[in-house]
Design a protein around this ligand. Structure first.
Ligand SMILES: C[S@@+](CC[C@H](N)C(=O)[O-])C[C@H]1O[C@@H](n2cnc3c(N)ncnc32)[C@H](O)[C@@H]1O
Length: 245
């Protein structure tokens, strides 16, 4: 299984990571939301995992507007959110949207895929609409593997360089987003939200490691990677961010 290819993110990869994402997100940030969110936009919704996680934590009624650039994922998302909420989908580049009439803008595993200019547009759209923003699970650039190997530091470095390709912010995304909201005088809360994977996540560890090594090798083809590695535990560091007007 590949995580993403030229046709976009594989639904199987998003399904495989969903339980780890669910366990990792910082649920206490939801309690800091000031008002009852009625209209919620999920940016880069994929198969709708954020809606499945968040909708049950918020009071009803809720109207969800799911955005993604990938129509195939939007179709899956539209039919897999929990009952009792209203759901519409819109195919769009989420960095070019206005958020008028929105009470919460949210996203999961999106910020690190964006450039600084895209983050600036996204933050300005939230500020213009005075909509709080909850952005979860942005990578922060460090993965700890057990048992460790001498190659791990070089692997992490090459993987992070790959994340920064084409001007994407990768591990710097949360810091840049936080600073941008603060520039407008907004309050920003952040939390660590690591994946903590053990033997019960065998399939996810294997798929994640294949993607990690492939990305690192694309960046540094001569990288020496241990053969037949039996990884028992992985911590992949992420951060969640809540921005309030
Ligand atoms: C890593 S996946 C995360 C999906 C989902 N939020 C989750 O947590 O399972 C990133 C998603 O963002 C979408 N995406 C990335 N950049 C986008 C953009 N500029 N506009 C719309 N969708 C985008 C991708 O198509 C993909 O579905």
């Amino acid at each position: 299984m590949t995580t993403a290819d030229s046709s976009g993110y594989a639904p199987e990869w998003l399904r495989l990571r969903e339980p780890a994402d669910t366990a990792a997100r910082a649920a206490d940030l939801v309690a800091l939301l000031p008002a009852v969110p009625a209209v919620i936009r999920d940016l880069g919704c994929g198969t709708g995992a954020m809606g499945r996680w968040l909708s049950g934590r918020l009071p009803k009624p809720q109207r969800w507007i799911l955005h993604d650039q990938d129509q195939r994922l939007l179709k899956i998302a539209a039919r897999s959110l929990p009952p009792g909420i209203s759901v519409v989908t819109e195919q769009a580049d989420v960095t070019r949207l206005g958020f008028g009439g929105t009470s919460l803008v949210t996203a999961s595993a999106l910020l690190d895929l964006l450039t600084e200019e895209e983050i600036q547009r996204l933050v300005k759209s939230c500020v213009d609409a005075q909509s709080p923003a909850l952005f979860t699970l942005s990578v922060t650039g460090s993965a700890r593997l057990t048992p460790a190997d001498a190659a791990d530091e070089a692997l992490n470095t090459a993987f992070n360089d790959h994340q920064r390709r084409d001007g994407k912010l990768g591990p710097e995304a949360v810091a840049v987003t936080a600073a941008e909201f603060q520039r407008y005088g907004w309050t920003v809360h952040t939390r660590l939200s690591p994946w903590q994977l053990g033997p019960e996540h065998r399939e996810l560890i294997d798929a994640w490691y294949r993607g990690f090594v492939a990305a690192a090798r694309e960046e540094q083809p001569d990288l020496t990677v241990p053969e037949d590695r039996q990884i028992t535990e992985v911590t992949v560091h992420h951060q969640d961010l809540l921005a309030l007007p």
